[in-house]
Design a protein around this ligand. Sequence first.
Ligand code: GLU
Length: 481
Amino acid sequence: MRVRFAPSPTGYLHVGGARTALFNWLLARKAGGVVILRVEDTDRARSSEEATQAILEGLGWLGIDWDIGPLFQSEGVERHRADALRLLEEGKAYRDFADPAAIRAEAEERGVHPSRVAREKADLVAEDESAARAAAGEAFAVRFRVPAGETRFTDLVHGDMRFGNDDIDDLVILRSDGTPVYNLAVVSDDAHMRITHVIRGDDHLSNTPKQVLLYRALGLPEPAFAHVPLILGPDGKRLSKRHGATAVGEYESQGLLPEAMVNFLALLGWSPGDDREIMELDELVAAFSMERVLKKSAVFDSDKLMWLNGKRLAAKPTPELIDTVCARLEAVAGVDRVRLQDAEWMSRLIDLIKSRARTIDDLADQAVPFAADELEYEDKAIAKHWDKDPAVALERLEGLARLWADVDWTEEKLEEGLRGMAESVGIGAGKLIHPLRVALTGRMSSPGIFEVLMLLGKDRSLGRIALGIERTRDLREKRLS
Ligand code: GLU
């Protein structure tokens, strides 16, 4: 088995492209086949070096590797041209001398396809005259002469496909400037690279009968074809920027884990046939088959991606997360390096918040109140747990400060003390925990309060409670004035 991923370097690596690459890769890895990366850069004006780099980086981040390449389609232009000219020589293609604009105008006037007009005009010119005009230097495009009949092939996803050749236009295979056209270049390259399976997006399905005709006309062996379903946004429209990030690189910079992205992409249009959702790469390879690729379009569900990422994150060994989280904390929250260098403390912190986060960014964000020296209070946390009744909040924080001034700083003692105090005041523990959480983290939600107290340690906890006392006192004064 030899497969290829053939991106056009005209932009970033799109999630759809990445999914196509992944399906090729999974199939080849399962079969012990060869993966070829071919960059389709024949459209010089739209292709760029940066886009090529972005695609290679995106694949690298996902862990999709290849055995041969990157090869560049532009390297094969002479061969593409030779194949087109061979078809011309064998009478399977013809020269089109007409000005494309004139052809289009006439076709429009008559309400027919331009290739029909082109063929009629070509048929009016005798072969020796056509050759003589070409020899004299007149520019011409080469059009493939689509034979009568129908074109059939078997698609590994869609089954038997039949196309009436009447509906297929005489396609240009070589432009008048001598550059080959996509359908010809692809056939020439796939045959030359001995590709056995062409796996690509459904958007190419209408190209395939043209390519099959070209294989047959050139006498080249045909590969098997598989067209994988389109990816749609939640509104049922083709996935686009309107739906959010479509570039694989954007997910990387959002701090998603590549293994979550790969897991998610694999499930876009394929399922293992059981209820497994969280799958490792080796499990995906073992379970993958073209038979289980769905015919209908797949919907890109970002919630599911985030869910998968959260699951992956929680399962990831903490030491592997420390560097990334620290880097984000420094970059995003400008957190002091010194604290971040305490790996033991960092891993306690990450252990505590890991299962509550869905992304690395989320993880870093939840780490901020612990890692940063300055506490930032959320407005809604203050409004809900302090400012509704500042006098009460103040009283409770003062009570906790007194209670814990000399306590043994252990989780059991802290919990015992807090619960005892709640009971003696005749309130639920939550009435103490909520204002305390705001004082300790500045936030509405956090991990369990006693774990928070342990992680912050006695001095920082009491310092923050003291700060909370000051703040709630200010709030109370404001009420009174
Ligand atoms: N270069 C084409 C694209 O990016 C893919 C061609 C193919 O897979 O046959 O859409």
